[in-house]
Design a protein around this ligand. Structure first.
Ligand SMILES: C[S@@+](CC[C@H](N)C(=O)[O-])C[C@H]1O[C@@H](n2cnc3c(N)ncnc32)[C@H](O)[C@@H]1O
Length: 272
């Protein structure tokens, strides 16, 4: 399953919703609570998960610019939002097709009180994150970036081959995802560093997926994805890797698997 397929984004949305750091989301809500309206730009919006989760916490009148390079995902937003946005608020959104590797500065210059990103930063490069921080500084854009994978994975029950798969997967995370060499697990730390260097006040906190036995569908897709990434790295014995996948999927199907995936949320405000 592709990391950007709508069906994958649907599968992960409940886990994402639970994982987002509640204190940071409350801080975002507090920052805008005296306003009656807000404009938000969501970069790499997928099918609009951030709109659905954040809208209830923002002012009564909202305009969202939902930016993604994938027209199929943008086309899926309407159906995913139907009946899932608060009716007590006036929420307008527009799909904005754009590639934020080439067009970041153009998109960041469009009017916005808040720029959000979710499950996105780890795809990007060090140079792109510096561009992001620079553009946020130039236009005084608060940044709320959630669910950036930070390299931590914990499996229960433990398996002797876990650490080798984990190392291969994290190495795979650094492959080019359209932004040059990706920072993967180091991306959140790099954005924090870049924003701090631009005098932003930066808050960050963990936002881990904690997947229990009742989430067999998501767990199984993760195991398959980790297996696929590790095999593409071509550093592990194929038989050992396939046996690891079988053992892991058996545990998932038996409802015995517990998986934690580490993420970081960031909330950053320009001070100037
Ligand atoms: C893992 S998905 C996250 C989607 C959404 N933010 C969420 O939390 O469900 C990453 C998204 O980034 C988009 N994306 C990747 N590279 C992009 C680029 N260069 N410009 C715009 N969007 C991009 C993908 O199409 C995908 O929708």
């Amino acid at each position: 399953m592709s990391a950007f397929a709508a069906v994958w984004l649907d599968l992960r949305e409940p886990a994402d919703r639970r994982a987002r750091n509640a204190d940071l989301m409350a801080a975002v809500a507090r920052h805008f609570r005296d306003r009656t309206q807000i404009a938000v730009t969501d970069l790499g919006c997928g099918t609009g998960a951030t709109l659905r989760v954040l809208a209830p916490h923002l002012p009564a009148r909202q305009h969202w610019r939902l930016v993604d390079r994938d027209p199929d995902l943008l086309a899926a937003i309407e159906q995913r939002c139907d009946g899932r946005l608060p009716v007590t608020q006036a929420i307008a959104w527009q799909a904005h097709p754009a590639d934020v590797q080439s067009d970041l500065e153009v998109v960041m210059a469009l009017p916005a009180d808040l720029v959000t990103l979710s499950a996105f930063l780890d795809l990007t490069s060090s140079a792109w994150l510096e561009r992001m921080a620079t553009a946020a500084d130039v236009h005084r854009r608060p940044i709320y970036a959630t669910l950036t994978y930070d390299g931590r994975i914990a499996w229960e029950p433990a398996d002797p081959f876990d650490s080798q798969v984990w190392r291969a997967f994290n190495a795979h995370q650094e492959r080019d995802k359209g932004f040059g060499g990706a920072l993967g697990p180091l991306a959140a730390a790099r954005l924090i560093e870049c924003l701090a260097a631009h005098d932003f006040t930066v808050h960050h906190a963990t936002a881990d997926w904690m997947l229990g036995g009742h989430e067999a569908g998501l767990q199984a897709e993760l195991v398959k994805g980790w297996h696929q990434a590790a095999s593409e790295q071509d550093v592990l014995d194929r038989h050992d890797l396939d046996r690891w996948r079988e053992r892991r999927l058996e545990a998932v199907q038996a409802g015995r698997a517990r998986i934690t995936v580490g993420h970081v949320d960031i909330w950053a405000l320009p001070t100037r």
